[in-house]
Design a protein. Structure first.
Length: 186
């Protein structure tokens, strides 16, 4: 099972993010853009994980939230930028550094610690708060700012990522929430 832990968004937030994604789509030669239903903020990518390890992940998530007493909070995303990958780019929507982003990074660090203590391995790259808008982008577009999009962090979710064959014969990446835990006060 291919798993990750994420912050999911409500439909109104997804539509606002889609507007930024559409701006990029109109300006570039080509790229791969996640469908609106797949937009999320990844906290921890777990990758291929045996089904029997799911209870350990749930326990880690619950422990982090219950021990830390992390209250719900809101991040403001307003920067569109990219990571270079050879001649192609991964475009993202980022947040302005501040107290709320620090809270998210602390939550993510506690999750990583709990998972590592349960023998999960973590990506060695530093965590960057971002929402992926498109991959393998080619074209001339420069980072830009947009109206701030508030993203409520009320719960964290364990997500399953699957390629499902569609009636057309093509595969579609589908994300399914397997478990979630609300932050304190929610």
């Amino acid at each position: 099972m291919r798993l990750f832990i994420a912050v999911n968004f409500d439909d109104e937030t997804k539509q606002r993010i889609l507007e930024v994604q559409d701006r990029i789509r109109k300006e570039v030669e080509k790229g791969k853009f996640p469908p609106v239903e797949n937009l999320h903020l990844t906290l921890v990518f777990l990758g291929e994980t045996p089904k029997e390890k799911i209870p350990l992940i749930k326990d880690a998530m619950t422990r982090v939230v219950s021990l830390s007493g992390t209250p719900a909070f809101t991040l403001i995303f307003s920067r569109a930028g990219f990571f270079k990958r050879g001649r192609k780019e991964l475009w993202y929507l980022g947040t302005v550094a501040g107290a709320e982003e620090k809270r998210l990074k602390e939550l993510r660090a506690r999750l990583a610690e709990e998972l590592i203590s349960r023998k999960f391995s973590m990506d060695a790259r530093p965590f960057t708060t971002h929402i992926t808008l498109g991959r393998e982008i080619r074209g001339e577009l420069w980072p830009f700012t947009t109206d701030g999009i508030p993203i409520a962090v009320k719960r964290i979710s364990l997500m399953l990522s699957e390629n499902k064959r569609q009636p057309s014969g093509k595969n579609k990446l589908v994300y399914t929430e397997l478990f979630s835990v609300g932050l304190s006060g929610r």
